[in-house]
Ligand binder design. Structure first.
Ligand code: 4NP
Length: 154
């Protein structure tokens, strides 16, 4: 899960997806992490507004620590979800080959394929912005969890 600062959107997406995967099955052997395309907030915890919204929905992201996206993430993960078009471009600029590029997807395209909708950056918004982002990510993560379940059944 990748956004700009790795303190608002992608830590929420990481926490939501982890919770859904854990409650779907203890046997889904899936590694979920998040990162930011920028280095602005490296080492910091999640924004307190994301922590609060997550807690309201029984998702704990209190231990999150921001890190920057690195090229090696293409080797460690099968899917890389970008929160917005700017993040998407920055990730694609780091891709080394077609295999890397094929892993990158706009997260809201799992809900509405091909629309390239952004998860809006809530950093300068009020608490309503964070609830809105939470609901978008919750819907996307339901679909991603179903996809992971299908891929684990094989
Ligand atoms: P995020 O939000 O990308 O969802 O973590 C932001 C966090 C920090 C900044 C921008 C967006 N910033 O400009 O510092």
């Amino acid at each position: 899960m990748v956004c700009l600062g790795n303190i608002c959107r992608s830590p929420l997406a990481e926490g939501i997806l982890k919770k859904k995967i854990n409650s779907a099955s203890a046997e889904l052997n899936t590694q979920v992490e998040s990162a930011g395309t920028s280095s602005y907030h490296v080492g910091e915890g999640a924004d307190h507004r994301s922590v609060d919204i997550a807690r309201k929905h029984q998702v704990n992201i209190g231990l999150h620590k921001s890190r920057q996206f690195v090229t090696a993430d293409f080797d460690r993960f099968d899917k890389i979800y970008a929160m917005d078009k700017s993040n998407y471009r920055n990730i694609m600029n780091r891709a080394r080959n077609e295999s890397d590029r094929s892993k990158v997807e706009m997260i809201l395209n799992v809900v509405e394929p091909g629309k390239d909708n952004d998860v809006p950056d809530p950093y300068y918004s009020g608490n309503n912005g964070f609830e809105y982002v939470y609901q978008m990510l919750d819907e996307a993560c339901n679909i991603i969890t179903d996809e992971i379940k299908e891929n684990n059944i094989k």
